[in-house]
Every structure is written in structure tokens, then in C-alpha cells.
Design a protein around this ligand. Structure first.
Ligand code: SF4
Length: 438
């Protein structure tokens, strides 16, 4: 095969990619032990292989369902087992839809599953990965977010399912991209590197990336922390008004990390006019974020969710703001636990990358980027991802997550995911034991 490959070679590449993933799965099922170099403590090898299987089949993982081995957080939380008489029958319809606009004004938007794709920029991932995420979002009826690297025109046909992001670098932010978006997201911070802003190394600022970001090619790009024009709720309100002046029908999402006063940030975002608050915990991000930032700054999202939920409830505004959790949501069990802690839903990032072959090797920012073609902007490496193939895998993962989430809710005797919100009474902490079962 020639390199770079011809378009007619792309199905062959996708088939080889699938075959490599299948070999990993086959070795797992034959030997009972996964490849030793695969994964890390949060994304254990078994969890990666299980995600690959779900992305291949669209079927929920069978028990025993792997979790991470982080030693805390979601990995030590489990749902209490209820007696069979309290559970719903298997044929009961379980509703997974959540509203993204809970205010009385602005257009109502509902998504049929309690998640959408988290922001990943053109620069951190290839345009072909962005396209695959948009295709999967349209197929499922949810959204994907461009991240802060601009809104490529190739995503315009999927505009009904695309959120565009504005961050401090203002990379690629143009009037027409704001006008195109049903939801505009302001990124004030991200959980993988709170207080550090964004950083794209020069090797990944290719000609296409630099053009999109209106920057100089092959020069490292920073989007500093924070917005130096936003130090109050009133400043935040100015941002919301600015976007609404350009696109009166858009909803406004706000992405923040998890400082100890995240509850105050949440209520400030409500008063500034935001519709969606995404609280981004410390375990997300591609392999690009520095380890010291990922592990040692800000709260794990498991602590932040109930803090925000309780404060918004005490302030009497909980039902006017959609709260999404992100930063390390890997499985349907994690989604359910986040909702039981008080979120309305979640934003998924890394799970989608694992679905299309990520091994969590943490080499995203080295040289030309990911050798699987995922977190790269290299025009040749990015050809390793066929958007149709990747969209099918992400769509399959979504279907598998939805199936498992319905099963959890049925076992908890709940007819909708909305009824699970804030039900911490259904959770228990299991010290010394990784747990997931409902
Ligand atoms: S380099 Fe590729 S495979 Fe490795 S962590 Fe990054 S996206 Fe995943």
C-alpha cells in the first residue's frame, strides 16, 4: 500500500485497525489476561478491552464488568442491590432523555441520552476524528463539541449536533461559527489542567491547524488561564450577552474545573444566564496534560458534583440549570453514579477515543502525535482514521452505554434517568473493593 494512502485504501486501513483491536480482544479471551502494557490505573487493560468490545458490537458489557483500579472515587462506589420486588420488569420502557435548556425562555433542546461529546479541539485531535464524533452525535441525536481550535467547515452539515467552544485563545472564533451553533460553550477551565490553560505544541500546529486558529504554523499555541476580562458574575454575564447578541437562539454552556468553591462558581454561572454547567474533574484529558496537573490540582469530580447539586438546590435554582459532569467518565456505571451524585448527565471524551482504538499510551503530544491517527494533526497519520468506521464505533459504544444504563435504572426501580438525580441513598462506598454492580 502506498503512503500516504489513496482514498480507496481507507476501508482496508479501517479493516486492519479493526483486526488489530480484535487481536487484542482474542488474546484476552484466550488467555484470560490482557496485554501487560495496555492501559493505566483509571483505564485498566480490562476496561479498555471491554470498551473495544462494546464499540465493536453495540452490546453492553457482560458481567463481571471491569472498572478502573484507581483505588477510589467511582471505582469504590456501587449501587445498593434492591430486592427483586422493587425492580422494574425487563420490558418496561426506561427514558434516558434530559433537557439541555431548563429555563423558561430560549429554545428547548432535549437529548435522548444523558451525555454529549466533550470538547476536543482541532489540534488535539484530527479533523477526521472530529468528523466521526459529529456523525456519531447526529446518529444518536446528541451533540459533540469542537473544543477551542475552531469549527471546521467539514462539520457544518452536522451543525444541529455541534457545540462550538470559546476559550481564552479565541482560536478560530468567528461570527459565522457562533451563528452556526445551537450551543456555544465558554471554557473557563478544564479539569485535566486547571489553572494552566491550554497548550498545543508547535509540532501539532500544522498549516491546516494554524490556518483554522489564525496563528503562525509550527509555533506552540497557548490559551492562557484565565479570561483576563472575567473576574465577576457581571463579567461572565457580558460574555453571555455578547454571544446572544450574535446568535439570540443559541444556548450557553460553561465549562469549569473543580476548585473548592465550585458551588459558588455554579450559582454565579446560573445568574450570568448560562443554560448548561459542565464541571470537569481531574481525571479527563488526553495524554497531553501534565501528570502533576492531572493528579494534584482540583477536586475529583465525585466530590464536586454533590457540592454543586446541593448548593444550587439550597439556592432554589437547581431545576433551571443543566449540570453535566466530565473528567473520567468511562462506563454506563460511571454515568449512573454521576447522576446519582447530583448531575443531570455527563460529557464523554476519552471513552470515545478508546472506542476508536486508543490504548492510553499517553504519547498524544510526542512528535507527530498518535500513531493510531487519533490525537494527531499530521496529514498522513490522520488518514489512519476512517470517519465512517470511527463514527460507527462511537455510535456502537453509545448504544451499549444506553443499554447498560437502562438496566441499572430498571434494577433500581426507576423509569427515567431524571429520577436518579441526587439519589445518593442508592449508592454505597465499598472500601477495599472496586465495585460497579447495580
Ligand atoms: S497517543 Fe493515541 S493511543 Fe496513545 S493515549 Fe494518545 S490517543 Fe491514545
Amino acid at each position: 500500500m502506498e503512503f500516504p494512502p489513496r482514498p480507496s485504501d481507507l476501508p482496508i486501513i479501517a479493516a486492519r485497525h479493526t483486526e488489530a483491536i480484535r487481536r487484542g480482544l482474542g488474546r484476552w479471551s484466550r488467555s484470560g489476561s490482557p496485554p501487560p502494557a495496555l492501559g493505566d490505573r483509571r483505564w485498566s487493560a480490562e476496561l479498555i478491552l471491554s470498551t473495544w468490545l462494546q464499540a465493536e458490537t453495540g452490546t453492553p458489557a457482560a458481567p463481571p464488568r471491569p472498572t478502573g483500579a484507581s483505588g477510589g472515587g467511582f471505582d469504590r462506589l456501587a449501587f445498593r442491590a434492591l430486592p427483586a420486588s422493587a425492580q422494574l420488569p425487563e420490558d418496561r420502557v426506561i427514558d434516558l432523555a434530559i433537557p439541555l435548556n431548563r429555563r423558561a425562555w430560549d429554545p428547548p433542546i432535549e437529548i435522548p441520552v444523558p451525555w454529549y461529546g466533550a470538547g476536543m479541539s482541532f489540534g488535539s485531535v484530527s479533523e477526521r476524528v472530529m468528523l466521526a464524533r459529529a456523525m456519531a452525535a447526529r446518529h444518536t441525536g446528541t451533540f459533540t463539541c469542537t473544543g477551542e481550535g475552531g469549527y471546521p467547515d467539514s462539520l457544518a452539515p452536522y451543525r444541529e449536533h455541534v457545540i462550538t467552544q470559546i476559550a481564552t485563545g479565541m482560536f478560530g472564533v468567528r461570527e459565522e461559527t457562533v451563528q452556526r451553533a445551537r450551543i456555544v460553550e465558554f471554557k473557563y477551565a478544564q479539569g485535566a489542567k486547571p489553572g494552566l490553560g491550554g497548550h498545543l505544541l508547535g509540532d501539532k500546529a500544522t498549516l491546516a491547524v494554524a490556518k483554522m486558529r489564525e496563528a503562525v504554523p509550527w509555533v506552540s499555541l497557548f490559551s492562557p488561564f484565565p479570561f483576563h476580562s472575567v473576574y465577576s458574575v457581571e463579567d461572565h454575564r457580558k460574555h453571555v450577552d455578547w454571544v446572544k447578541a450574535i446568535n439570540p437562539d443559541t444556548l450557553v454552556a460553561v465549562k469549569v474545573s473543580t476548585p473548592t468553591d465550585v458551588d459558588m462558581v455554579a450559582v454565579g454561572s446560573y445568574h450570568a444566564g448560562a443554560h448548561i454547567l459542565q464541571i470537569d474533574g481531574s481525571y479527563g484529558g488526553t495524554g497531553a496534560a501534565p501528570e502533576v496537573a492531572k493528579k494534584d490540582i482540583a477536586m475529583p469530580v465525585e466530590y464536586a458534583i454533590p457540592k454543586v447539586h446541593r448548593y444550587l438546590t439550597a439556592e432554589g435554582v437547581r431545576d433551571e440549570l443543566t449540570v453535566l459532569a466530565s473528567g473520567g467518565i468511562r462506563t454506563a456505571d460511571d454515568v449512573a453514579k454521576a447522576v446519582a451524585l447530583g448531575a443531570d448527565g455527563v460529557a464523554l471524551g476519552t471513552a470515545e477515543l478508546v472506542a476508536i482504538g486508543c490504548t492510553r499510551c499517553a504519547n498524544c503530544e510526542r512528535g507527530r502525535g498518535c500513531t493510531y491517527g487519533i490525537t494527531t494533526t499530521d496529514p498522513e497519520l490522520s488518514l489512519f482514521i476512517d470517519p465512517e468506521w470511527a463514527a460507527a464505533r462511537i455510535g456502537n459504544l453509545y448504544a451499549a452505554l444506553a443499554g447498560r444504563l437502562r438496566d441499572i435504572l430498571r434494577r433500581l426501580g426507576l423509569e427515567s434517568v431524571r429520577a436518579l438525580r441526587g439519589r445518593t441513598d442508592l449508592l454505597e462506598y465499598r472500601p477495599g473493593q472496586e465495585g460497579a454492580a447495580a
